[in-house]
Design a protein around this ligand. Structure first.
Ligand SMILES: Nc1nc2c(ncn2[C@@H]2O[C@H](COP(=O)(O)OP(=O)(O)OP(=O)(O)O)[C@@H](O)[C@H]2O)c(=O)[nH]1
Ligand SMILES: [Mg+2]
Length: 315
């Protein structure tokens, strides 16, 4: 199950406490060192959509606390920073302040919760008036934020089409993913993302008639292509009903939202190796009436994949 809504608490590390101590001997001065700083917490964007699943049990993530100061003015070690991975397309809303963080670029890294400063040890409080201070500061709290995180796929291209059209196979060839593919419908149960030259491609489960009413894996995934710029509509070249295949999917997009149907589409005539050249040309001709760019493509035809990659990365 892809988790796309979570409540999480993120925290910077607590600052280490300052130390109260004195050098040995009767009239000797203070020696307590300062506490270390608490670690900072960062969020980093990833195209791995499953990373929100880590929060199904663990709701609190905290950077490491700073260590307390020691004897002989020994400074406590700073807490280590921590990086929390969130999928591209995640929007985080802080429940108390309303702060909004949008993860929308691959590789993006954001400082979200600063660690608390370490407290001063008693050495720092030594003065001419008080040569033997008996107090030190405790470290400060790290920042703590309570987020509601929700994920909507954010992609430059969304692979759509009937089940078994070859969407996941294409994702694997175009990007360096290894999503499961198989010769039966609904192999893909959750969306997947891949990256092609910094462009993000989303693969979603196959759509069937009635998807917009919740049939198949339906609505849940149509929602996920709302934030996709261009739809790559996959139609199997060896299908006996090309036009019907096209229309079923388009009808579902239309019934789901007016916005989806307005998105630019590119038709990918997939599995082009399964028909001969003459049939392929005839099929391309038939699909031209839908007025989209058409690329015949096969995972067994390197040239066709290169041509498609070029078209996608330069568009
Ligand atoms: N001959 C040939 N077979 C292909 C090609 N692309 C995909 N296939 C096969 O078609 C079957 C379906 O491929 P998938 O990539 O799983 O299809 P999908 O559209 O992701 O399917 P769902 O996830 O079920 O919607 C697999 O057996 C693939 O090996 C192709 O270019 N040529
Ligand atoms: Mg698939």
């Amino acid at each position: 199950m892809l988790i796309d809504e979570v409540n999480i608490i993120l925290k910077g590390g607590h600052g280490g406490a300052g130390k109260v101590s004195f050098y040995p001997g009767e009239k000797s001065g203070p020696s307590g060192g300062n506490g270390g700083k608490g670690g900072d917490l960062y969020i980093e964007a990833t195209t791995d959509l499953t990373v929100l699943n880590q929060f199904s049990r663990k709701r609190l993530v905290s950077a490491e606390n700073g260590m307390p100061g020691g004897l002989s003015r020994k400074i406590g070690k700073d807490g280590r920073d921590i990086v929390v991975f969130m999928p591209v397309g995640t929007v985080l809303i802080e429940k108390n302040t309303g702060e909004v963080i949008t993860i929308d670029k691959g590789g993006q890294k954001i400082l979200v919760c600063k660690g608390g400063l370490g407290g001063w040890g008693n050495y720092e409080f030594k003065s001419s008036r008080n040569t033997t201070p008996e107090y030190a500061q405790s470290g400060l709290d790290g920042e703590e934020k309570h987020f509601q995180a929700s994920l909507k796929l954010l992609a430059d291209f969304g692979l759509i089409g009937l089940p078994n059209a070859g969407k996941s196979s294409l994702l694997n060839e175009l990007t360096s993913t290894s999503v499961k593919t198989a010769d039966y419908p609904f192999t893909t149960l959750e969306p997947n993302l891949g990256v092609l030259n910094r462009k993000i491609i989303a693969d979603i489960p196959g759509l069937i008639e009635g998807a917009s009413d919740g049939r198949g894996l339906g609505v849940k995934f149509l929602k996920h292509i709302e934030k996709t710029s261009v739809l790559l509509h996959c139609i199997a070249a060896d299908s006996p009903n090309l036009e019907e295949d096209y229309k079923v999917v388009v009808n579902e997009l239309e019934s789901f939202s007016n916005e989806l149907i307005k998105k630019p589409q590119i038709i990918l005539l997939t599995k082009s190796d399964l028909v001969d050249k003459k049939q392929l040309n005839e099929r391309i001709k038939r699909l031209k009436k839908f007025k989209h760019k058409i690329y015949p493509v096969s995972i067994h035809d390197w040239d066709s994949l290169e041509e498609l990659k070029k078209a996608l990365t330069t568009s």
